[in-house]
Write a protein that binds this ligand. Structure first.
Ligand SMILES: Cc1cc2nc3c(=O)[nH]c(=O)nc-3n(C[C@H](O)[C@H](O)[C@H](O)COP(=O)(O)OP(=O)(O)OC[C@H]3O[C@@H](n4cnc5c(N)ncnc54)[C@H](O)[C@@H]3O)c2cc1C
Length: 385
């Protein structure tokens, strides 16, 4: 189905991004998956093209472009022609805004330029071994000591964890308050900041996902983001965009899987005809086509709402839930239509199947999305007796 949200300049941008993904990302993807992380050069090259933190002000080296459609295009082209494990978007739109929106002038001018150029790579560390969905249960703590905060604790499952030069770390600052947390800028080389294992995952193998440890890390006060007791309020500000980023990616991934499966069922033959001639194959692909088209319209509308600053948390949660669930269904059906080939790692669909599984878990699980939606319709268990 034709999409209507893009102007001519977006389409030109898409052409350039596609060429970049084909030339600078795809040829390295297999090696990155084998080594468990992308090359730092990938970020530098993306930075040279102006693809990182496009929203950043020109005085920090950015383009000052906040139109989300450009990020949408970067995600869609990376998923289709690049490598989904290249977490450029996490750097640019998921972590970068913590600095851009919460940082003061000194922090922005000191830190943003190298993030825009790709010299410095970003990560955000919330999750802990005993606190994921329930972040208020985090144990990492920061204590105030004169000119610095002393940070102690451990984080896990942190994307870009090995590569990151700057990590935004959430830590408890007010022990007696469940939501009393602060956000701290931890830089590569700070004494007591150590990286653990690059964790072995079933998918997204080019993406480094790590444990991080903080043992008496002295974080200077100039590295505190905003009010050190308001971290929870800040986190909530970024969730709408985080969920929309996810929705765009999951849907693009599902679209790409559908396309390559259509090609496969036209070629593969059984019982004297292409398997695409069987009614089951035709109906399965027809059902998925209709669901993909319907959801694309919804996600594109969410992008426009976000550009207008009117996307609500519950609608973003709907988009994240719907797309990640559909992505899972599409991958499963597409593996089935590939037969044994779908189970072989040499076929892209097998990799897409395992890459997709995490979409229903991270950035807020499907169950948490349904909590948000149900609370917004007035069914809030915390207020019901
Ligand atoms: C590949 C990968 C990359 C990640 N990257 C990052 C990162 O960069 N930074 C970061 O901070 N974190 C990151 N995470 C962590 C991720 O955000 C968490 O895994 C996720 O929030 C779920 O938390 P958990 O693993 O502790 O699961 P849990 O919270 O223990 O959940 C376990 C199960 O219980 C369910 N559940 C929990 N609470 C409820 C409830 N109230 N009602 C119903 N069901 C519930 C969940 O939906 C889930 O099914 C990453 C995770 C992965 C797998």
């Amino acid at each position: 189905m034709r999409r209507h949200i893009f102007e001519q300049e977006h389409e030109q941008f898409r052409d350039g991004v596609r060429r970049f993904m084909q030339a600078e990302v795809a040829p390295h993807a297999e090696r990155w998956r084998a080594q468990g992380q992308v090359d730092r050069e990938a970020f530098l090259k993306a930075g040279q093209q102006g693809y990182l933190l496009m929203w950043a002000d020109e005085r920090y080296g950015g383009a000052g472009v906040s139109d989300f459609r450009y990020e949408q295009i970067l995600i869609e082209e990376n998923v289709r022609y690049g490598e989904p494990g290249f977490f450029m978007t996490l750097h640019s739109r998921l972590v970068g805004p913590y600095l851009g929106k919460l940082g003061n002038e000194e922090q922005c001018s000191r830190l943003l330029p190298k993030c825009v150029s790709g010299e410095h790579i970003l990560a955000v560390a919330m999750t802990e071994p005993a606190a994921g969905s329930d972040l208020a249960g985090m144990r990492t703590r920061a204590e105030e000591h004169g000119d610095h905060w002393l940070l102690n604790g451990a984080k896990t499952y942190i994307s870009n964890g090995q590569l990151a030069d700057i990590v935004i770390v959430a830590a408890r600052t007010v022990p007696e308050k469940r939501h009393g947390i602060g956000l701290f800028i931890v830089e590569r080389g700070m004494s007591g900041f150590e990286r653990g294992r690059n964790l072995k995952k079933i998918g997204l193998k080019a993406q480094d996902t790590s444990e991080l440890f903080f043992n008496n890390v002295k974080v200077p006060k100039r590295n505190v983001l905003g009010d050190p007791a308001q971290g929870f309020v800040y986190l909530a500000q970024f969730l709408v965009e985080e969920r929309l980023l996810g929705a765009v990616q999951y849907l693009a991934h599902a679209q790409a899987a559908w396309d390559l499966t259509l090609e496969f069922v036209r070629d593969r033959r059984a019982f004297g005809k292409p398997i695409g001639a069987f009614q089951n194959t035709r109906f399965k692909l027809a059902e998925l086509r209709a669901q993909l088209d319907g959801l694309q319209v919804f996600v594109d509308q969410c992008v426009l709402e976000h550009n207008a600053d009117s996307l609500t948390p519950e609608t973003a949660a709907e988009a994240k839930w719907l797309t990640s669930e559909l992505e899972g269904r599409v991958m499963d059906e597409c593996v089935q239509l590939h037969g044994g080939a779908g189970y072989m790692e040499e076929y892209r669909i097998a990799r897409m199947f395992t890459d997709a599984r995490v979409s229903r878990i991270y950035a807020g699980s499907s169950e948490i999305m349904k909590e948000i939606i149900s609370r917004a319709i007035g069914l809030d268990d915390r207020k019901m007796k």
